[in-house]
Every structure is written in structure tokens, then in C-alpha cells.
Write a protein that binds this ligand. Sequence first.
Ligand code: CU
Length: 460
Amino acid sequence: MISRRAVLGSAAVLAGASAVSGRVQAASIPEAATSTATTMQPPLFPSSGPDYQPVVTLNGWTLPWRMNGDWKEFHLVAEPVVREFAPGMVAHLWGYNGQAPGPTIEAVEGDKVRIFVTNKLPEHTSVHWHGMLLPNGMDGVGGLTQPHIKPGKTFVYEFVLKKSGTFMYHPHSDEMVQMAMGMMGFFVVHPRDRKFMPVDRDFVFLASAYAIEPGSYLPKVAEMTDFNMWTWNSRVFPGIDTLPVRLGDRVRVRMGNLTMTNHPMHIHGHEIFVTCTDGGWVPETARWPEVTIDLPVGSMRAFEFVADAPGDWAFHCHKSHHTMNAMGHDIRNFVGVQKRDLVKSVRKLVPDYMPMGSAGMADMGEMEMPLPDNTLPMMTGFGQFGPIEMGGMFTTVKIREGLAANDYTDPPPYKNPAGTVAYEVASATAPPAKQSASPPKSKPAIEMKVIKPPMNHKGH
Ligand SMILES: [Cu+2]
């Protein structure tokens, strides 16, 4: 649960704060709320100002604020955190207010926001408000628009929220390291008009990727391509919250991408429309139906749909290696190979050796294999019909009749009506396909010699 703590006290920190802004006195810095919970916290309804439907953050929470005159004040603390990716694996990351990603900031179009940022990291940082229209000096690019925030110092950002929409925050100091370590958060600005683009449920999450060797705790920060943990809000399946939805609800899902590759986000059983990007709302005339939405690097997309079909619907990235947890990239293809004797020999040299299955990798989803400390099975999770064989960026949208408004409790597995589940039919049993390991005996009718120009395959 969310607790409060005083984060300031040292004279050095206080002096730093007053040096930065002559307008705000050190004594008036708000407390910073902190949370280490890994499950979705209830929506934070507005206690003053215009009404709105608050968002819920998958495996996260919304940062409380206070009013100071007509300023809405928030306090972010950049600091080292420990984040559980799923039961069985934790990572040592950098984040904000106890978590990576940091808490979601919610406010309303037209609000004057004052955001205090205290740096408790071992190196300097800054916060960039991605997508916001604001004065140049509030844009948070270390060195370009402000001095970097040194360890122990607190800076203040003040700006007016010119437009509603879907935004995020992240450092613009030593960016590659700080984002590889998990520093990011969501920033939602609700429309001032409650009747503009209303939805019943509004979910948010950020995609991030980490390179963490099985058995270790710290991401590699100089990684460019070879990430092995593909996360939503620094969680992987089966640790990602489900999206509980009441049948008939209008649902919005807002996603941001701070990984170094795109993610084709795919939902089952519904047609969806992109209604908002980090650039603003998409007019109705410019929308088209989709079931997969590309989430480009450094971008945000919000899609909407009417939850008109009850069930447990898969929602995942469609890059199949992004729905896997850490794995050896050098796995050989053993389909069709009888590997029992081979494994015995290899295990003499490498006791932990795990080959890919003879008939595919599905048997790995079912096996309870011994794993090194602090890692997760490559594919895992069980549904009511058996192993789900997923990892990474996968969860379910659980659409049910009669959920209470704002009830986000994970419902039990869907009870499919009789006669609506795929079923086995009686048939003559056919043996599984065999793949011949030996080359075909007959010579091909035409033999060809292909001369290829030399190519540089580096960088693929
Ligand atoms: Cu992906």
C-alpha cells in the first residue's frame, strides 16, 4: 500500500532547493508518497477541481498531490528500487518513489502543476515531460534547457497543462543508462470537459526492456539490441495484472514505448481504434479499425473499444520473442531429432543443459525444470485448459457481466457457455509428422550454382 514518508531533512538538500527557485521556499516542499506494491492500486478520484474518470496503472499507482493556492504540487524522488518482474525474479533498478516505472501523474487540462524532483541517485538526472507543450526551460533536457540535477538536490518544474492527452516522463540525463535501469513514468492529462471522450475504464502502462543475465539482478546498461526481459510496467507474464472489464464498458488502454524496438500490440476478440497519441487526440474521421497496433519507439498510443464479448481475451505483443522470458539465444532447432542420448553426453560437460524439445518448445511450458536463482521460465503460466506457454508482454482482458464500476479485482477463469469451446472429434489416430534428417536421395532435376556478392551481415 501507499505510505507517506518525509524524504527531506538534510540541510544540503534544502539549500539546493532554495537555490534553484526563488519562488518556492524549501520548507514548502511536499512530502513524497512512496509505494512498493506490485499490484494495480485503486483509481485515485479527484478530491477537488473538475471531475474525471481516473486511470489505473497496471501493477502501479497514481501519485497523490496537494493543492497550494492554485498550484497542483507533486513530488518525485529519483532513487534505486527493487522491482519484482514476476514471482521468482526481482531486479535492482532505478525508478521514482519506490518503483520502476514511477507513479502515474494525473492532472487536468488547464491545471498549473509544480513538480518537485529530488535526486537520490548516485549520478545526476533530469526529468523530461514527453509530449507536453511547455516553456523551453521546463523541458528537462540536462545541459540544454537546465543544469543537470546533482545527487542530493531538488529541482522544481512549473508549467500549465495546455492540452489533455497521453504523455510520459523520463530522464534526459545519461539517458541510455537511466532508461535501461527503468526510469520512466506515465503522465495523463484529463480533458477539462468531462463529456469529451469519456470511457468507463482507462488502463495505462509503459513498455520497457531489460538485459538481465539469468541469476543476476542488475540490467546491463550498455545494451543496444540484445534485451531478454520484455516488460509492461517492469512486469512480465504471469506477473502482469489482468485488465478486468465489465461487459459493455467503453475501455481505453494507453501504452508508451521506451524500449529500443517497436511492439505490435495485439488484442483478441475485439476491433480497436487508436484515439490518442502523444501528439494529441485523433479525430473520429481519421480512425480505422485494427486488431494490432504498432507502438513505435519513443511513442504513445491509446486505443479504445467497446467490451462487447465476454471471455478471457489474450492481449500481447505480437513479436513472439517478446512473449518469452530470458532464454539462451543459441538454442538449436531440435525439431525431429531424438535427443535423449545427446543430452546425456552434453550434461556431462554442462550439468544445467536444457535442449529445445524434439517436437517444438511446448514441453518447456509444462515442465517444472530447475532454474538458476532469480530468473523465470522462458514460457510459463497456466490457464484453466493447461499451460499457456507465454512470458514477457502478455496478459488477458477479462470481460465479465455485472462487474461493479471501478472494481478491478482479477476475476476467476471465464465459464464458457456449453458448446462454445473448441473440442476434440473422434478420428482415426494419425501419427505425428516425421521430419527426415537425411537429405533427399534423388538428385534435383536442375543443379544451380549461385554466386553471391560478398555481404556484411554485421548489425542485423
Ligand atoms: Cu514487443
